[in-house]
Design a protein around this ligand. Structure first.
Ligand SMILES: Cc1ncc(COP(=O)(O)O)c(C=O)c1O
Length: 392
């Protein structure tokens, strides 16, 4: 029987191929270690993206990239956002940047007040670093690790924003909570933000990776947000090309876009022409590959739940709504450093929850963007690593 079309699109790489590929995920760990940490996939790159890159290299498109609107990327993003995310954006408000975190830093420095920057935690670790780097005070709002549902604590967020001139750094869909926030939740957040005259930077890099049953609601698509919201997005996570250096800021207004474009070139110089080519190809032609990939992730979240129930019965996790990053509460297994134990005794590298800020202790983050076979090896090795010393 011929393979279903979606399987043909996805090509799983072997452990050796992944090590030879050269990225940090597989080259940092020792050769006997399984890599399930940094947010990269274990699949070959989507053919439409590699074709666009070959074509750009053949053309010799390796110089300084043109100005934003001399590239097709603002239009390609706007068309993708409308089709895939039901989000209308003005291509004139799109400002190209080198990567998502550069976009966050530029926005903090250019558009945000000098007040505190509020980050719900556990958080993508660089959020905790970018705030002091921008010269702002970091205020974390931790999630209760025991909570059944991971929801934004609007009372605490409001209290933190109430001092004035503040910013909320939102991650939607959320890494590592795995949440795609609902319209109701985001409207509640918007009301708090408006009450205190705060700014929002919304990192929507995981927007294409919303799994069946959930929907991505862009914060900046809500009424009443244009005056204070800036979105950062890129094809780099969903189509696995973060090394190509290209992300997009979507300003809420023409004035914000002008301010972002007005900064000195040296403050926004990381953009690469290959990143532009890859993002354009992904947004324009990458949906069939993405559909297959999201189908794989849907299968993997179910497989992961089964594997955890079988091998790590004391661990807790909330079902992923989006992203391929599972957040696992392994406090019941004891020990201060479960990721260290997994590496030392299970030979599997997962992310250490403590690096995600308050609420991260006793947790690990596991990358599910892999084959079913490797996911099974990852979970069984994790279980071996967390097992009490006497029973290993
Ligand atoms: C929420 C989030 N933002 C940003 C990034 C990094 O994006 P970039 O490499 O474009 O800075 C990641 C990477 O995993 C992420 O999960």
């Amino acid at each position: 029987m011929p393979a279903p079309a979606s399987d043909v699109l996805l090509v799983d790489l072997s452990d050796d191929e992944l090590r030879r590929r050269g990225g940090i995920k597989w080259t940092l760990p020792d050769a006997d270690v399984l890599a399930a940490w940094v947010a990269e996939t274990d699949l070959a790159i989507a053919p439409v993206v590699t074709a666009a890159l070959h074509e750009a290299v053949e053309r010799g498109d390796l110089g300084y990239p043109p100005l934003d609107h001399a590239t097709p990327l603002p239009e390609a993003l706007a068309a993708y956002a409308l089709d895939a995310l039901c989000w209308t954006i003005d291509p004139a408000h799109v400002v190209l940047v080198g990567d998502v975190m550069a976009g966050v830093l530029i926005t903090l420095k250019t558009l945000c007040g000098n007040g505190p920057v509020v980050v719900p935690t556990p958080s993508y670790p660089p959020f905790l670093d970018v705030v002091p780097l921008a010269g702002r005070e970091l205020v974390t709002v931790p999630l209760d690790p025991g909570a059944e549902h991971a929801v934004l604590d609007l009372d605490q967020i409001g209290a933190a924003l109430s001092v004035g001139d503040a910013t909320l750094l939102l991650c939607n869909p959320h890494n590592p909570w795995g949440r795609a926030f609902t319209r109701d939740e985001l409207e509640g957040l918007r009301d708090v933000v408006v009450r205190y005259g705060a700014r929002v930077i919304s990192d929507d890099i995981h927007a294409p990776l919303v799994l069946p049953g959930a929907t991505h609601v862009p914060y900046a698509g809500l009424p009443g947000t244009a005056g204070h919201a800036t979105t950062v997005i890129s094809a780099s996570k969903a189509w696995n090309v973060p090394g190509l250096k290209c992300a997009q800021l979507v300003a809420g207004s023409a004035a914000d876009a002008a301010a972002l474009r007005g900064i000195p070139h040296v403050a926004n110089h990381g953009l690469s022409p290959l990143g532009v080519a890859a993002n354009v190809a992904a947004y324009r032609h990458g949906q069939p590959w993405l559909d297959a990939f999201v189908g794989r992730l849907d299968e993997n979240r179910a497989l992961f739940a089964d594997l955890v129930a079988e091998h790590l019965p004391l661990a807790r996790h909330r079902r992923l709504e989006a992203t391929y990053l599972a957040w696992l509460d392994v406090r019941a297994y004891g020990g201060d450093d479960p990721a260290g134990a997994a590496l030392a005794h299970g030979r599997v590298m997962v992310n250490d929850g403590r690096t995600f800020g308050p609420g991260g202790q006793g947790h690990v983050r596991i990358n599910l963007a892999t084959s079913a076979d490797r996911l099974e090896r990852v979970v069984t090795r994790l279980a071996a690593g967390l097992a009490p010393a006497g029973s290993r």
